[in-house]
Ligand binder design. Sequence first.
Ligand code: SF4
Length: 354
Amino acid sequence: MKQQIRQIISKAVREHSLSRDDIILILSCENSHDYELFQAADSVRRQYVGDAVHLRGIIEFSNYCSRNCLYCGLRCANKNLRRYRMDADAIYKAAASAVSIGYRTIVLQSGEDSTYDADAIADICRRLKKLGVAVTLSLGERPYEEYRLWHKAGADRYLIKHETADPELYKKLHPGKTLASRIDCLRQLSELGYQVGSGCMVGLPGQTIETLADDLLLLKELDVEMAGIGPFIPHPSTPLAEYPPGPVDMTLKMLAVARLLLPLAHLPATTALFTIAGDGRERALCSGANVVMPNVTPSEYKNLYEIYPNKSRAEKTMPVAGRRQLENMITALGRTVAGDQGHSPKRKFSRAVS
Ligand code: SF4
């Protein structure tokens, strides 16, 4: 068994492909092999995307959401949450402030909130591009024409996680929605020229090792430029409140296998991992990750974007001090902080300062 796992890992390091059975074997094996897996992922990360860690500043500009995902504190059925929306000027101000302390990518994230129509988002993209940053959008499922308009307005990247590759589980967790339409969005975004990010949660109720293997194979099939893999964290005001959080070790293994399969992808050390494990970011950065996405939302709203609880505790430092702490942590790992916009190395992408 020991020898077999070693051979599978070496093959993945060379070929960046794995069968479903091989992935299941790696994910199921006992901890004794984790170190070799993490080391292999770390060496592939170094070889393909280097030592630089990209810091992306996230602005969570609205916590209104029309959807009702069973795991999420922003679900529309949660009446215990105070809702907020930032206007275009407030978003611009937060972005300019993040740029002034060194961020070169701004990620605009919200629930599915149609109050911001397509033109409003396009205007915001155009304003942010004048700051000389890459713009990533994470606004959920929207019509193709809106994606097209925003890309023309300067949006470089789009994040929309598939969350689980099991169509039945997806349907249960996302009432009235299907995995197929999620995947359609990912394909449309890619066709439009976005650098596309997807990802999944680890430890969802009803998930199996087989499902997790399918998550990784779907990321590989979609050939995503970014993949966010974080643990499920139960939120007390959701139907999944009583379930345990996803395991840290399995999340790290998923991340490491993702690095073996997608050597050029940007893989974040997720805030969710940091929320449930104080050393989660460091461990992720040593297991294949090369991105951190600090929250640069104004402090009056930060606590209210509560997809899962205690997120703000994980990010309680103010932007300047938080960035300094992050830089120190990254340097202590022998890594560097990227000074560029961090476009996907997969594409010769030169939207740069437009
Ligand atoms: S996961 Fe996203 S789409 Fe679902 S309820 Fe939360 S914010 Fe809305």
